[in-house]
Structure formats: structure tokens, C-alpha cells
Write a protein that binds this ligand. Structure first.
Ligand SMILES: C[S@@+](CC[C@H](N)C(=O)[O-])C[C@H]1O[C@@H](n2cnc3c(N)ncnc32)[C@H](O)[C@@H]1O
Length: 212
């Protein structure tokens, strides 16, 4: 599985999502994400493989495909069971030598007690069962969380990370300022625990936080 094949798969997913009205789902750009992962690994911003990475809102599973190609052990949680089925079917295509195929579960990554903490946030879904129970793995077991977000989701993401991640875990968030509905809003919303914020290529801005 190469990155261009993952990008092609994302293009199919986008068409499918449009046909089925899955408006919450927009995939990361696999080629830009690959550049981000390569860069962040080289700079030591993220733990090296085979660390455990979990995609918060994993959609079609393609982002974890990119991390799996780099040797990470990968997982995802998404509230939409149609996308989770698609992601698990995609994972089967990654059963090749040297790659641990990703594993996906349907549910909400926010624990129930945190969900009431938010005013309605665009594109942050608050329904569904607990995603970590469905995955059979606690959030504390994850070394690196990944999220492709709109800026309006950054506060809820930070709240999740502060409450649920273990000490030393990292959160890599990728924002595409071109497609973000929040284009123009300040990007560095996580300043107090920001490890790094870099712009990679034209369309990639990533931030890495560390849980203190
Ligand atoms: C912008 S897409 C990102 C897809 C994928 N992470 C990627 O990078 O390609 C956001 C996904 O998050 C899911 N989602 C939104 N809120 C969620 C929540 N609280 N728990 C689980 N999934 C959620 C949506 O169903 C959607 O598939």
C-alpha cells in the first residue's frame, strides 16, 4: 500500500460521502499527512514507531493507513458505523508484510461525562456509545492521538486530551486552512502546552501537544 493509493481511496470516500450525505466526514489529505508524519518523526515531535496512534473521528480510516505505512500500530474511533465498516474493510487491504493493519470501532471518543461540558460545537458529535469500550482499549494506552479538525473543535479536543490521555502522551492535530470553515481564526489555540506548530507545504498546519 503506497500513499498515492491511499489518496485514491480518499477520493472514492469523498464521492461516497457526498452521495450518502455524510456531511461530517472530510478526509485528511494523505499526501500532505504523509509529509507531516515524516517531518514530525524526523524532528522528534511525535513518538517513533511502533507507538500506538489513535485517530479521533477516524472516518474512512485513511489517515491511520498513512501512519501504519510508517510502522505505527494504529486505531480509530468514529461515531458513524457506515464509516467504521468502510475503514475496517480498508484495513484488510493493508495486511501486507511490515504493516500492522489498523483497527476501528464505532462509538464516541468523548466520555459521557465530558460531552455535557460543551456548547454545541460545529461538527463535534455528542451521541453514541463509548468508543474506547467498543475498541477494547483505554485512552490511557495510547501514545499519540491524531485529529483532523476545524479550529472550532480545538477547545473540545484539548479538553478531551487533558482529561483522558496519560502523562507523556501526545496529540497531533492537523488543520487544513484552505478547507476549514474557520479559515482566518487564530490557529495556535493550544499555546500553554504546545510542543510544536509547523506549516508543511501549502495545505498543512500541524500542532503537537504533550500531556504534562
Ligand atoms: C473531518 S472527519 C476526519 C476523518 C479522519 N480523521 C481523517 O483524518 O481523514 C471527522 C470525523 O469525525 C467523526 N466524529 C465527529 N465527532 C465525533 C465524536 N465525538 N466521536 C467520534 N467521532 C466523531 C465524524 O463522523 C467524521 O467521520
Amino acid at each position: 500500500m503506497d500513499i498515492q493509493s491511499i489518496r485514491n481511496y480518499q477520493q472514492e470516500s469523498k464521492l461516497l460521502a457526498r452521495e450518502q450525505g455524510l456531511t461530517e466526514f472530510v478526509p485528511s489529505h494523505a499526501i500532505v499527512l504523509d509529509k507531516i508524519v515524516t517531518h514530525a518523526m524526523k524532528k522528534g515531535h511525535i513518538p517513533p514507531p511502533p507507538a500506538r496512534v489513535l485517530d479521533l473521528g477516524s472516518g474512512d480510516g485513511s489517515a491511520m493507513g498513512v501512519f501504519a505505512c510508517h510502522g505505527y500500530e494504529t486505531f480509530g474511533i468514529d461515531v458513524n458505523p457506515t464509516l467504521v465498516s468502510r475503514a475496517n474493510a480498508f484495513a484488510k487491504t493493508m495486511c501486507v508484510e511490515g504493516v500492522v493493519p489498523p483497527r476501528f470501532a464505532a462509538g464516541n471518543y468523548l466520555p459521557i461525562e465530558l460531552r455535557s461540558a460543551f456548547w454545541p460545537v460545529p461538527h463535534l458529535l455528542l451521541g453514541g456509545d463509548d468508543g474506547f469500550s467498543a475498541l477494547g482499549m483505554p485512552a490511557q494506552a495510547i501514545d499519540l492521538f491524531y485529529a483532523f479538525i476545524r479550529i472550532s473543535q480545538s477547545a473540545s479536543l484539548k479538553r478531551f486530551f487533558s482529561s483522558c490521555a496519560r502523562k507523556g502522551a501526545k496529540l497531533l492535530s492537523y488543520t487544513n486552512p484552505i478547507t476549514s470553515l474557520d479559515f482566518g481564526v487564530e490557529v495556535c489555540a493550544f499555546d500553554e502546552i504546545l510542543v510544536e506548530c509547523e506549516r508543511i507545504a501549502f495545505r498543512g498546519i500541524y500542532q503537537v501537544l504533550e500531556k504534562k
